[in-house]
Design a protein around this ligand. Structure first.
Ligand code: PLP
Length: 383
């Protein structure tokens, strides 16, 4: 097969959407400058209200990034030194580092191979008298099996927290991700489905008292009086320029999500002929109402590293998703896990590859990516 002339397809780009919406965004930025507060000001309050409206959360608490959000919800939930928190070993680092950063112990479990989410069946065998919480992660496209997870948490009296950093727009049982347990988080890292022009994060909760503690923690544990601190907190407020940009982008989130789905379906169609050398994402229809969002388009591929290198050579950027599972990270060596403990996660870590997927991506670019992948397996680059 002959491939068209090389194109450059970045793993992520938001330039076109951003410029298309620039006139509204720049008006909002003018307001931020006029208000002159810059941090945790009017634009942040307005964005929090917009996220409450979008997700249905009673409280949306804007913070500096989702890593901070995770640490704050763990702390507000009372997780402390020596407590154990069950978390999947296949995720972004922050799902586990936040647990360690509040002094607790991440207890890893494997994932379900088809959804990449925590395997509920493995949780109960990990529960000890020190287990305090389950940190569920919703990865890539779909939520974890939240119904089973809720049942397990209730049965064993564990706190359910959601690392829903990737999950804006995803729902189960009619309820947005992050609202199924005590609290959840959202990330507005630039590549996320709702991405800012820098760092940003949000805490979601329906619990009034818990929300109050989170608001204290994000602002140095300070309630009202200047320089007077009730508890020890963090400096984790959101910048108003991020809030203004994000609120403007939130207005277009639905159309962005629809566009992502359309592109994902085109990838599915184009890549199915390569099955099983390349597998396309499986979306599991659970027996209850679920809404999926293609945040990442993740394939599994034979000879992933060679494929990624070949794509790179042809101008296409990809991302190997989670090449080092958390249980074998050097920083968690003291927890005594070893390679071989979690076969599904380990297999995914050697085979999974994220392809370019964002509203700016054109059909031509997508077709080019698929042409080059096909070319690789048909002998062009597989040498
Ligand atoms: C992106 C991400 C985070 C961290 O978000 P930041 O806003 O970059 O701190 C945490 N968990 C998961 C699963 C993520 O994908």
């Amino acid at each position: 097969m002959t491939v068209k002339k090389d194109m450059r397809v970045p793993f992520f780009s938001g330039k076109i959407s951003f410029h298309k919406r620039w006139s509204q965004i720049s008006e909002r930025l003018d307001e931020v400058i006029s208000e002159g507060k810059f941090i945790d000001g009017g634009a942040v309050r307005s964005f929090e209200a917009a996220i409450q409206n979008y997700t249905g959360a009673k409280h949306a608490i804007a913070v500096n990034n989702a890593t901070d959000a995770l640490q704050i919800i763990l702390k507000a939930a009372g997780i402390q030194h020596g407590d154990e928190v069950i978390v999947p070993c296949y995720s972004f680092f922050a799902s586990a580092s936040s647990i360690a950063n509040v002094g607790a112990i991440p207890v890893f479990t494997d994932i379900e191979p088809e959804t990449y989410n925590i395997c509920p069946e493995q949780i109960e065998e990990k529960i000890t008298p020190n287990t305090k919480a389950i940190m569920v992660v919703h990865l890539f496209t779909q939520m974890a099996d939240i119904k089973k997870l809720k049942e397990i948490a209730e049965k064993h009296n564990l706190i359910l927290l959601e690392d829903s950093a990737e999950a804006i727009g995803m729902k189960a049982e009619g309820l947005h991700a992050g609202l199924h347990g005590l609290a959840g988080v959202l990330s507005f890292f630039p590549t996320k489905t709702l991405g800012g022009i820098g760092d940003g994060g949000m805490i979601l909760t329906n619990d009034d008292e818990f929300a109050k503690t989170c608001r204290l923690l994000r602002h140095h544990g300070k309630q009202g009086t200047e320089y007077y601190h009730d508890i020890i907190g963090y400096n984790s407020r959101m910048d108003d320029i991020q809030a203004a940009v994000l609120e403007e982008k939130l207005r277009h989130l639905h159309e962005d999500i629809v566009r992502r789905k359309k592109l994902a379906e085109r990838y599915d169609e184009r890549l199915k002929e390569l099955h099983p050398v390349v597998t396309t994402p499986t979306v599991v229809e659970k027996p209850y109402r679920a809404v999926h969002v293609y945040y990442v388009y993740l394939i599994e591929a034979d000879n992933r590293s060679e494929l990624a290198a070949y794509l790179q050579k042809r101008g296409i950027e990809t991302e190997a998703y989670y090449p080092y599972p958390l249980h074998v990270q050097p920083c968690f060596q003291h927890l005594n896990y070893k390679y071989g403990d979690f076969p599904h996660a380990e297999r995914a870590s050697t085979r999974a590859l994220g392809l370019p997927l964002y509203p700016d991506l054109t059909e031509d670019e997508l077709d080019y990516v698929c042409d080059v992948i096909t070319d690789f397996y048909e002998g062009g680059g597989n040498l």
